[in-house]
Ligand binder design. Structure first.
Ligand SMILES: Nc1nc2c(ncn2[C@@H]2O[C@H](COP(=O)(O)OP(=O)(O)OP(=O)(O)O)[C@@H](O)[C@H]2O)c(=O)[nH]1
Length: 398
């Protein structure tokens, strides 16, 4: 029976299980769980009182009521751009979407620069001061602002930049210098089960990003399992199950209040047993200032490490761009606590604070993996500095 395995194995904690054996023996039931889980149609949930207890641990249950966006084919998704391929090579609709998504940030930043230079004949100290204030207002943060200002000021001093009308070009290039070192794509590999842990504060977009990534990689031919490690918010489990249903990816879940490390540990055991390429583990939202909750994340890491010393292979922080400079604090503190290997910046579509991407890129040596600018699967795009900057500096009307 699909739903019984986790119940029968609830008693030993992950730590106890891993003590028992370095390479855990995979019970036959796990195989059965997967055989059932990967079927095209999920079994209808048994509503009897007896069965309802078993439903606390489940794979591919009923879809969540919440609407999950349609999953497009892999070749229609925005692809990572390697090297410095000009972004103008990207399909127009995708660039248009990016440009549209960044419209509020563009108004704040680029159009702000346009207003500053309007009618100016020379780049003087007053203009440079106003520019500095504008960069800070656009949430670029002090370190990125300093770097951009020193690049611009140096060009002005050397008389390489005299015309206010070409200031945007200099800004574009300085911004690109900050962003380019953070563009590093990552994708699952065939041949070993990797774990990607998603972390972040409440509502940043962890569950949604987990679902979108699963849709992308499933469409690219990878096998996946999702772990509903957010055992705190009941709706998060349903939300992830809805994504699992939609993209036909098994979801390992237990009831609300279950031990998150245990859920993720079980999911990893099951994923390894089936040679699944990737386990994506969603986790509960937590403030970077809540030490006990940060300890919980460390426990998840520890427990996974007992099955595979390299696990979790990736730990990605999901940041809501709208939190502006606070996103920078979140990134710094999550990185200090658990060591991040990637950042996803969501909700760029709803904010004028897109400059925070530069603030994060400058402050932390962590790749920015994906940016989100909408609810659809295709709105989560691999981070490509060239097209990001192009979209930010695009003319409003074209
Ligand atoms: N506009 C927009 N909305 C987004 C984006 N990414 C996520 N969202 C929305 O943000 C809301 C919160 O997303 P969730 O994925 O539930 O966030 P979470 O981090 O899992 O939340 P907790 O479980 O409470 O910690 C949802 O309504 C998402 O649809 C984005 O890039 N743009």
């Amino acid at each position: 029976m699909v739903f019984n395995w986790f119940k029968r194995n609830k008693s030993p904690s992950p730590e106890e299980q891993s003590k028992a054996s370095e390479s855990p023996v995979i019970p036959q039931e796990v195989e059965e769980v997967f055989e059932n889980a990967v079927c095209e149609e999920a079994e209808p949930a048994d509503q009897s009182p007896e069965a309802s207890d078993d439903l606390s641990s489940s794979l591919l249950p009923e879809p969540a009521a919440e609407a999950i966006p349609d999953v497009p084919a892999a070749d229609t998704l925005p692809q990572p751009v390697k090297g410095s391929v000009p972004s103008t090579n990207a399909p127009k609709s995708m660039f248009a979407r990016l440009r549209e998504g960044l419209s509020r940030s563009r108004e704040q930043f680029t159009e702000g620069v346009g207003r500053l230079v309007l009618g100016k004949k020379v780049i003087d100290d007053e203009l440079l001061e106003d520019l500095e204030a504008l960069l800070l207002q656009a949430d670029l943060g002090s370190a990125a602002t300093r770097e951009i200002m020193s690049a611009v000021t140096e060009k002005v001093r050397r008389k390489e930049l005299t015309d206010p009308a070409v200031l945007k070009k200099a800004l574009r290039s300085a911004l690109l210098d900050i962003l380019q070192p953070r563009a590093e794509t990552w994708a699952p590999e065939k041949g070993r089960t990797q774990v990607l842990m998603m972390v972040g504060i409440n509502g940043a977009g962890k569950t949604t990003t987990t679902g979108k990534l699963a849709a992308r990689w499933k469409a690219e031919g990878f096998s996946l399992v999702l772990a509903a490690g957010d055992t705190f918010r009941a709706a998060a489990v349903e939300q992830l199950q809805g994504w699992g249903q939609r993209v036909q990816v098994p979801v390992v879940a237990q009831g609300t209040g279950a031990d998150s490390a245990s859920v993720i540990f079980d999911a990893f055991t099951a994923a390894r047993a089936r040679d699944t390429d990737l386990l994506i583990a969603d986790t509960a939202g937590r403030l970077h200032t809540q030490n006990h909750l940060m300890e919980e994340l460390k426990k998840v890491k520890r427990v996974l490490g007992k099955q595979d010393p390299d696990a979790p292979h990736q730990v990605w922080l999901v940041l809501d761009a709208g939190t502006g400079q606070n996103a920078l604090n979140q990134a710094q503190q999550f990185h200090e606590a658990i060591g991040l290997t990637g950042i996803c910046i969501t909700k760029l579509d709803g904010t004028a604070k897109g400059g925070v991407v530069a603030a994060i890129a400058k402050a932390l040596p962590i790749p920015i993996r994906y940016i989100g600018m909408g609810e659809q699967v295709a709105d989560l795009r691999p981070f490509d500095p060239e097209s990001f900057v192009d979209a930010l500096f695009a003319e409003s009307k074209s």
